[in-house]
Design a protein around this ligand. Structure first.
Ligand code: HSE
Length: 363
């Protein structure tokens, strides 16, 4: 273990002590990564909270001492420097993130719902506390789109983001296309891989992608967008026949999330829906639980990325990357994005097919 960083307010070279809330798909993958011999140097797993801590602790063989608890106060009032929130859902996760920040800890969260709904208040609290709230894992899995929009492209004025943001739905749609199976069959496979939300209707109906798109609107355009106001069309009615029709037009079906902001008119268009995309496009070639994004900037033109968008190990990469960022500079001041609500929402511009199939034309 190298001592290449120091934790604010502590002795030089101290190891960053990490607590994980929730030992589900993401939390257990982060714990495994932090317990592996080639783990990031200077970062140690010290606490795991889970409601079923007594049973789950057996699944993490580790030489280092880790406090397992089903009492969250042992974490919130313990001596960890950073809390990783991997619980999902709005409450109690949001309250516990608030509690961790108030207790002087930095927080890394994979929770798109709390960032989308409470991000502004939590960023402000983190800044007031002199601590960090990082959330790379909330959008795009291992694909580093949060940093790309928030930092890498901060020098441009961004105008549009089109993306596949839900790995489960992408796995389902690409499986239906390849195997001509039903949505129910494909969804069962995706659930078995651990991609789906606790309630997978949030994946298929666009709720999950809308929360992620709202976060991207904050980062790309500086807008505070309530995810419930993003237009959505569910993919639950898609049938194998819809793929046959798309195929005859050289296309396939993908759930896209799209946001475009006209800064001159201060008008936003934002939607999530299954649409027909060209088979040979970036989106058509994005299969399984991958995500993809095309970002347009006034000066940079079009920037694209794609990669593993869901699953424990992929999402753990984003969480651990945030931990590495905190370990490198624990005293970093991360200013909250200055978000505005001063914009209008234009009607969604994509062509819904007026049937339950809800398959729209290519974007
Ligand atoms: N259920 C989500 C997805 C998990 O499939 O994309 C990652 O956010």
């Amino acid at each position: 273990v190298t001592d290449s960083f120091r934790v604010s307010g502590s002795s030089p070279g101290r190891t960053l002590r990490v607590a994980i809330l929730g030992f589900g798909t993401v939390g257990s993958a982060v714990a495994r990564r932090l317990s592996h011999p080639d783990r990031a140097p200077g970062i140690a797993l010290t606490h795991v909270f889970d409601r079923r801590a007594a049973q789950k602790r057996r699944s993490l063989p580790t030489a280092a001492p880790v406090l397992w608890t089903s009492d969250v106060d042992e974490v919130l009032h313990g001596d960890a420097d950073v809390v990783v929130e991997a619980l999902g859902g709005l409450e109690p996760a949001a309250g516990w993130v608030r509690g961790a920040l108030l207790a002087g800890k930095s927080v890394v969260t994979a929770n798109k719902q709390i960032v989308a709904r409470h991000g502004q208040a939590l960023w402000t609290l983190a800044a007031r506390q002199g601590r960090q709230l990082r959330f790379e894992a909330a959008v795009g899995g291992a694909m580093p789109i949060v940093r790309a929009l928030g930092e890498g492209l901060a020098g441009d004025r961004l105008t549009r983001v089109v993306a596949i943001l839900n790995g489960t739905t992408n796995a389902v749609l690409s499986r239906m296309d390849a195997a001509r199976c039903t949505l129910v069959q494909a969804l069962a496979e995706a659930r078995a891989c651990g991609y789906a939300e606790a309630d997978p209707s949030a994946d298929i109906d666009g709720t999950d992608a809308a929360a992620k798109l709202s976060i991207l609107c904050a980062l790309a355009f500086g807008l505070r967008v309530d995810p419930r106001e993003i237009a959505r069309r569910s993919g639950e009615w898609i049938e194998p026949d819809d793929f046959d029709r798309a195929r005859r037009r050289g296309g396939t079906i993908r759930q896209l999330a799209c946001a475009a902001f006209d800064a001159r008119r201060r008008a936003l268009t934002a939607w999530v829906a299954p649409v027909v995309v060209p088979r040979e496009s970036l989106f058509g070639r994005t299969t399984g639980a991958q995500n993809a994004a095309l970002v347009t900037g006034e000066r940079s033109g079009e920037i694209g990325m794609f990669g593993a968008g869901a699953g424990g190990d992929a999402t753990a990469v984003a969480v651990v990357s945030d931990l590495v960022a905190i370990a490198r500079d624990p005293a970093a001041i991360v200013p909250p994005p200055g978000l505005t609500t001063s914009f209008t929402v234009d009607p969604a511009e994509f062509a819904f097919v007026p049937s339950d199939a809800a398959v729209a034309e290519a974007v």
